[in-house]
Ligand binder design. Structure first.
Ligand code: C5P
Length: 305
C-alpha cells in the first residue's frame, strides 16, 4: 500500500504517569513568585490516558465526569493543545478525552500528566514532528512539572522544577500511595512554607547522597535520605495527615513521605510482597490506597486509531 492510500489517523491515546518527589528542596521565592527547587522526580505507575481526535472546536471530556477537574479553557490539557497549535502557526482543534487514574490535587502532577500526554498525542495525530527541545519548552510554559511528565524515569529538577535532567537509577521501588479525601492547594502550601522559613536559602542544597544511593540501587540508603521541604507546611494546613502518618509508620515501611505538596502520603518498600501486605493493612484501617512501582516511562503512545 502506498502512503497516499493509508486512511488518516482518527484518534491517538497517550498514557502519562504520576510523579513523586524523592527529594524536594525549596528556596526563598524568586521575584516572579515561584520558588527555586532542587528536586528528584520519579515517575510511578499510576496513569492518566488522554485520547485526542480532530474536531472543529476545542473541547475536553472526562471519562468519569464526577472528578473535580475544570472543563473550561483553564483546563491544562486544552491549554497544552492550543500552545502546540500556536507554536506551529496552525489553525486546528481537537476533542480531548481524559481517563484519570492519578489522584486529583494529590501532589502527584495529574494535571501535568494530562498536559504532557496531550502534547505528545496531538503531535502524533497531526504528524507535527515537534522536536524534543520544543516540546520541553512548550511544556515548561504550561507548568513546572510538565517537562518531567514528558521525560519520566528518575530525573533531577532545577529552576522552578521545569529544568529536567535524567539521573542514573538502578533501584526498583514499590510505593503504597495513600489517598486523602480532599485535595490541598499547591500555592497555599508554598505560601505557608514562606511563613515558616523566612530565611530560606536562594539555592537549595544538592541531594548528593540520594543520587549516589539511586545510582547504586541501594533501597535502604534511598529510604534513609528521602526529604520533602513542603511536608511541615502541609502538616500545618492539614493536621489530619499527622494521624495518617502515624498509621503508616506502624506498618514498618522503609520510609514514609509526603508526595509533592500533598496531601497524598507514600510508604516505600523494596519488594512488592511487603507492599501488598501494607496495602491490605492500610485498607483495613479505612484508608484508600493503591500500589505503584517506580521508576516508569514518561508520556508514551499506547493506541493509534
Ligand atoms: O508551575 P505550576 O503551575 O505547577 O505551579 C503551581 C503553583 O505552585 C504556582 O502558581 C506557585 O504558587 C507554586 N509553585 C511555586 N514554586 C515552584 C512551583 C510551583 O511557588 N517552583
Amino acid at each position: 500500500m502506498t502512503a497516499a492510500a493509508l486512511p488518516p489517523t482518527t484518534g491517538v491515546t497517550v498514557r502519562a504517569p504520576a510523579k513523586v518527589n524523592l527529594h524536594l528542596g525549596v528556596g526563598a521565592p524568586r521575584p516572579d513568585g515561584f520558588h527555586p527547587l532542587v528536586t528528584v522526580y520519579q515517575a510511578v505507575g499510576l496513569y492518566d490516558d488522554v485520547t485526542v481526535t480532530e474536531a472543529p472546536d476545542w473541547s475536553v471530556e472526562l471519562v468519569e465526569p464526577e472528578v473535580a477537574v475544570p472543563l473550561d479553557g483553564e483546563n491544562i490539557a486544552l491549554r497544552a493543545g492550543r500552545a502546540l497549535v500556536a507554536h506551529h502557526g496552525l489553525d486546528l482543534a481537537a476533542h480531548v478525552r481524559i481517563d484519570k487514574g492519578i489522584p486529583v490535587a494529590g501532589g502527584m502532577a495529574g494535571g501535568s500528566a494530562d498536559a504532557a500526554a496531550t502534547l505528545v498525542a496531538l503531535d502524533r495525530l497531526w504528524d507535527l514532528e515537534t522536536t524534543d527541545e520544543d516540546l520541553l519548552r512548550i511544556a515548561a510554559e504550561l507548568g513546572s512539572d510538565v517537562p518531567f511528565s514528558l521525560l519520566g524515569g528518575t530525573a533531577l529538577g532545577t529552576g522552578r522544577g521545569e529544568v529536567v535532567e535524567p539521573v542514573a537509577d538502578a533501584s526498583a521501588l514499590w510505593w503504597v500511595v495513600v489517598l486523602a479525601d480532599d485535595g490541598l492547594s499547591t500555592p497555599a502550601v508554598y505560601r505557608h512554607f514562606d511563613e515558616l522559613h523566612p530565611d530560606a536559602p536562594a539555592e537549595p542544597a544538592d541531594p548528593t547522597a540520594l543520587l549516589a544511593a539511586l545510582a547504586a540501587g541501594d533501597v535502604p540508603a534511598v529510604a534513609a535520605v528521602l526529604e520533602n521541604d513542603l511536608w511541615s507546611p502541609a502538616r500545618d494546613l492539614r493536621p489530619d495527615l499527622v494521624e495518617v502518618e502515624a498509621d503508616l509508620r506502624s506498618m514498618d515501611p522503609a520510609a514514609v513521605l509526603l508526595s509533592g505538596s500533598g496531601p497524598t502520603l507514600l510508604m516505600l518498600f523494596g519488594d512488592v510482597d511487603a507492599a501488598r501486605v501494607a496495602l491490605a493493612d492500610v485498607t483495613a484501617l479505612g484508608h484508600r490506597a493503591t500500589i505503584a512501582p517506580g521508576p516508569v516511562a514518561g508520556a508514551h503512545v499506547v493506541h493509534y486509531g
